[in-house]
Design a protein around this ligand. Sequence first.
Ligand code: NAP
Length: 319
Amino acid sequence: MPTFTRSYQLAKGLKIPAVGLGTWKSKPGEVRNAVRVAIEAGYRHIDCAWAYRNEHEVGQGIKDSGIKRDDLFITSKLWNSFHKPEKVQSALEETLGNLDVGYLDLYLMHWPVAFDGQTSDGKNRIDWDLTNDVTPTWAAMEKLVDGGMVKNIGISNFTVLKTKKLLEKAKIKPAVNQIELNLHCAQLELVRHMVLTATAPPQWMQAHNIVVEAYSPLGSTGAPQLDDPVVKEIASAHGATPAQVLISWQTARGVVCLPKSVTPERIKSNFEEVELTTDEVTRLEQRAAEFGTRRTVDPSKDWGVPDLWKDEDGIAAKL
Ligand SMILES: NC(=O)c1ccc[n+]([C@@H]2O[C@H](COP(=O)([O-])OP(=O)(O)OC[C@H]3O[C@@H](n4cnc5c(N)ncnc54)[C@H](OP(=O)(O)O)[C@@H]3O)[C@@H](O)[C@H]2O)c1
């Protein structure tokens, strides 16, 4: 099977490879090897975050591979504790130091939620000003682009309406929105409104040029969606694995896909593309519609931010 060589054009000129290696929950002792194996298998895109607490080992894996820095696309994310504008640059510098690289290709605001220390019972205290209005944090991220420390900035876990609100004030538009996308959380409407495909409404496509990235494409830890009968049937028709079908479905939707694995054989096979037919893509979208939106990653209750996804309902009517 061919490997993924496709990439998408970002608004500011760089291209982002369609498949990247996820690194969340990749243990420090495992991720160094995983990153090296991935790069040797052809991956040119690594998805990292300060919050994953393993960026130092990711950096070691990059060094082990011997690849030139400029040949890789590296993403990291600004954690919620560093949303105060004066903390943004030092948070990035810590990430750059851990990864041991001079710049990032993409820096994302990990969540549209700002923390302000902790309460006496160890819970994160929410900074409601910076949660209700992320633009001061965004403006600090824009300065990082101006200073050459990051090539692109983007967002993660933003609903369409939160994205719209940011676009009204942003000097630099977000290049990317990284969100949960998988069979149980296909976010059909959001993808339809944001992704640069022939079927996307032209007003969004031309005006905003935001690339969407799929996180947890296999349903996250333990890859629970690999057992789905529709996915298995399509996989068997291609002599492929269910994981390959789920990953190829996301890229067929015009979405960047970020599968995580620390298992060498899986890392390699996940990077092989299945050429799905239009009918198969339609079957997967129909199957996904049966599940609605069942998020695997939903900290809204834990953080006490009940409105995290609220405005996602009925987006079409509001655009
Ligand atoms: N922006 C955000 O808020 C956010 C949130 C979540 C995730 N992410 C990003 O998206 C990436 C992917 O999401 P994820 O880590 O939640 O989950 P995922 O990629 O959907 O699934 C990872 C799980 O699938 C297993 N797996 C991988 N390939 C497999 C295969 N071919 N066959 C069987 N099992 C397989 C992995 O096991 P092994 O590792 O043991 O092989 C691991 O348990 C993250 O690592 C992170 O970079 C971002």
